[in-house]
Design a protein around this ligand. Structure first.
Ligand SMILES: *Cc1c(COP(=O)(O)O)cnc(C)c1O
Length: 372
């Protein structure tokens, strides 16, 4: 197919997010190489890109063998699009979704015996062996089995037909902001070794965490039994997730959000009249800075998390309601029809991909294809 033909029908409507596929390919390959050097396999986490199948395909084409998502609907979407790979469900399956999980995910992370029993039941019914990883609580206090209960649960799981216990894992730095440091990783390694010894099993996957594990990884000579990490933010934003520092050699500018100016006028800087609540339920206070060049952008709180985006131009975001964003236009003098570009953090990116209101525009797909 010719290049021109492929571009036909490309939707460049605003607001829009430009997605550089060649940079995603680069980050995936670099991270695979980096972590692979100490025997750690990386799983590509697709939840922040809403299971977008074009992006998922880039990961698979660049050596990521397992794709993980917290939502079964995203996994179904990627599989229906024909993206090959092993699919792992990150969020402990809901009892109401167990049948879908068994059918569509090859592996799931688990922390409840009741759910595991149901997974076993449906796996047997469908003549499938469903792989399970047991999550261990190490202090972040989101999902996970308390270490003292691991033995009992493993014993029970090993008796469940239709399930294969393939590993254990932990998740830190998500709810409690707890660092996956050497101490936590050593704990996970010892739990793995004790279970292997006690039950005469081999745990093929010991999954130490997420993008927050970078600091531990780079400062550890010996990663113990940890042989897997589940990475989203590092691939897509090029950053570690403890201090949000860029990872050397990775792109941090894969995504650019663009919004259009629909009004540009000189107005007072302070709202005038009697002050009550605004659209967001806040009673805002604005400093009086005299007259100001202001602009309105056609994007709002239903499209983005306003606090999670950073303008690339010299403007200041003054605030937003559901469909309008106000900016201080003094330094840039943008006109109606101009566009403003923003960088996004993880939460803002997540929101962008979960709304149909923002056009997804893939760039550099040809360069990407030529690298493959
Ligand atoms: C979201 C998630 C990840 C990926 O986290 P990143 O910080 O984006 O790397 C890993 N594991 C679990 C269980 C998750 O929910």
């Amino acid at each position: 197919m010719s290049r021109v033909k492929k571009r036909v029908g490309v939707d460049l409507n605003l607001p829009r997010i430009d997605i550089d596929l060649a940079k995603i390919a680069h980050n995936a390959r670099q991270l695979k190489k980096l972590y692979g050097a100490k025997g750690i396999n990386i799983i590509g986490v697709t939840k922040v890109i809403g299971g977008n199948s074009i992006i998922a395909d880039v990961l698979v084409q660049n050596g990521i063998e397992i794709l993980a998502d917290s939502r079964i609907a995203n996994i179904i979407k990627m599989r229906r699009a024909g993206i090959r790979g092993q699919y792992l469900l990150l969020r402990t399956p809901a009892l109401s979704q167990v049948q879908e999980v068994v059918i569509h995910a090859h592996i799931s992370l688990n922390s409840e015996l009741e759910v595991l029993k149901k997974l076993s039941e449906y796996a047997l019914k469908n003549h499938i062996i469903h792989k399970v990883v047991l999550m261990v609580e190490l202090g972040d206090l989101r999902e996970g089995i308390m270490p003292s209960e691991m033995d009992a649960i493993v014993k029970a799981v090993l008796k469940l037909k239709g399930l294969a216990l393939v590993g254990i894992g932990t998740n830190l730095a998500c709810f409690g902001g707890i660092s996956p440091d050497a101490d936590k990783m050593n704990q996970l390694s010892s739990i793995a070794m004790c279970l292997e010894e006690k039950f005469k099993i081999t745990l093929a996957m010991v999954s130490g965490g997420n993008s927050a594990n970078y600091k531990w990884f780079t400062s550890s000579k010996d990663v113990g039994r940890i042989n897997s990490l589940r990475l989203g933010e590092s691939i897509f934003l090029g950053r570690e997730a403890l201090c949000r520092k860029p990872i050397p050699g990775l792109f941090t500018d894969i995504f650019t959000l663009l919004a259009e100016v629909i009004e540009a006028k000189r107005k007072p800087s302070q709202p005038y009249g009697e002050v009550y609540q605004n659209a967001n339920g806040d009673t805002p206070k604005f400093e009086n800075k005299g007259l100001m060049d202001r602009a309105v952008l056609a994007i709002g709180t239903q499209d983005v998390i306003v606090s999670g985006i950073t303008p690339k131009q010299k403007i200041t975001v003054l605030g937003a309601s559901s469909d309008h964003m106000l900016i201080d236009n003094t330094e840039t003098s943008l006109k109606v029809g101009d566009t403003v570009a923003f960088d996004l953090n993880y939460s803002a990116l997540l929101r962008t991909f979960s709304t149909p209101c923002i056009t997804k525009n893939m760039i550099n797909q040809y360069e990407c294809a030529s690298i493959l």
